[in-house]
Design a protein around this ligand. Structure first.
Ligand code: ATP
Ligand code: MG
Length: 331
């Protein structure tokens, strides 16, 4: 059996029905009317032990709602969840021992006490054996650069420092599964990198299972082999990133380094299915549609007008591919 099994998950929320115009809005303020809508609408998936899955989708698509149901904070309106064989909302305490939760906008730490005291409290709460606590604390402190932070209360930490401490707190009890809901939101590149390499290391060494939501695709590409893409509460794609790339890639790019791009740039030449752009005098970028043409034809075309010195072919960023899938979906 998979470590996480979600079947036909539904979560309904109530929302106020918006009214048009000032009069309507005022009337509505005193006489609100509500409708129910499905923030998560029949989603099923399973995750095997040791997997790291990117749970992605646009704002409001239902990612955080799903994570909250998986962690046992929210009860699904319909459908079933089993995490390590348990129903999270029914066996919350046992489930909590198996999981760690990191969210970009809520902290696990105490506002006014030194970080290390928060960690000690977690040790007591989770009954973490001394040796495990010490080992983990030492290792995580080093990997995440926490030494200067341990004696400070959370209120004195910057966003990035807070996040690093929160991640440590979530991992101290060696959870089997960690849910990360936007763990790098608002952080600078070096903090992001540090957090990514920490997560990768734990995933490799301890075979910890991860579900990660992020709007930064570099997080997803660095950490996950598989993505689940949702939109309007429905699952659209559930596959290995490599397969998504192969299946949905519609364009590729060839970058030519040339002696001089002037003739092609100014001559008004074009080729169906190819979009040309130019940088300085020495580069030509040709984005071509895989359905309409192929690399060799594009190279032949450019070579008619430029002396080619070097060529590199790249796929599009996964972010752009996902954007295409979502745009097609909305049509
Ligand atoms: N407690 C709530 N009550 C009513 N509606 C809610 C509640 N929480 C979320 N929603 C609505 O449910 C939908 C899904 O929200 P959710 O937070 O799961 O989205 P998300 O995919 O995490 O988005 P984001 O990328 O912005 O974090 C949104 O339309 C949101 O407004
Ligand atoms: Mg969210």
């Amino acid at each position: 059996m998979a470590l996480i099994e979600a079947e036909h998950l539904v979560k309904e929320y109530k929302r106020k029905i918006p009214r048009e115009g000032m009069k309507g809005a005022l009337y509505h303020m005193f006489h609100p009317e509500y409708e129910t809508f499905k923030a998560v609408n029949d989603i099923s998936f399973s995750v095997e032990e040791g997997e790291a899955v990117g749970y992605i989708g646009p704002n409001g698509s239902g990612k955080s709602t799903t994570i909250k149901m998986l962690t046992g904070i929210l009860t699904p309106t319909a459908g079933t969840i089993r995490v390590n064989g348990r129903i999270p909302t029914k066996e919350r305490i046992k489930n909590n021992r198996d999981i760690g939760v990191v969210t970009g906008n809520r902290s696990l730490l105490f506002w006014d006490v030194p970080v290390i005291e928060s960690f000690k409290l977690f040790q007591k709460m989770y009954e973490i054996p001394d040796a495990v606590y010490r080992d983990n604390l030492e290792k995580f402190t080093e990997l995440l650069g926490l030494v200067p932070l341990l004696s400070l209360p959370e209120r004195q930490l910057s966003l990035g420092q807070k996040m690093r401490c929160n991640i440590t707190a979530a991992f101290l009890h060696d959870p089997k599964i960690v849910y990360l809901d936007e763990p790098t939101i608002g952080l600078d590149t070096s903090s992001k990198n540090r957090i990514r390499s920490f997560i990768r290391q734990v995933n490799e060494e301890k075979k910890t299972t991860f579900i990660i939501t992020s709007h930064d695709f570099r997080d997803i590409e660095a950490l996950c082999k598989r993505i689940i893409l949702i939109n309007h509460g429905k699952k659209i794609v559930d596959d290995q990133i490599e397969n998504v790339r192969k299946e949905f890639e519609r364009y590729k790019n060839i970058r030519f380094e040339v002696e001089d791009n002037w003739k092609l740039k100014t001559g008004g030449y074009f080729m169906p299915g190819v979009k040309l752009s130019f940088e300085d005098h020495y580069y030509v970028d040709a984005e071509y549609e895989l359905e309409k043409t192929e690399a060799k034809m594009v190279i032949d075309f450019v070579s008619q007008y430029c002396q080619i010195k070097d060529i590199s072919i790249t796929g599009r960023a996964i972010e752009a591919i996902i954007e295409d899938i979502l745009t097609t979906e909305e049509k």
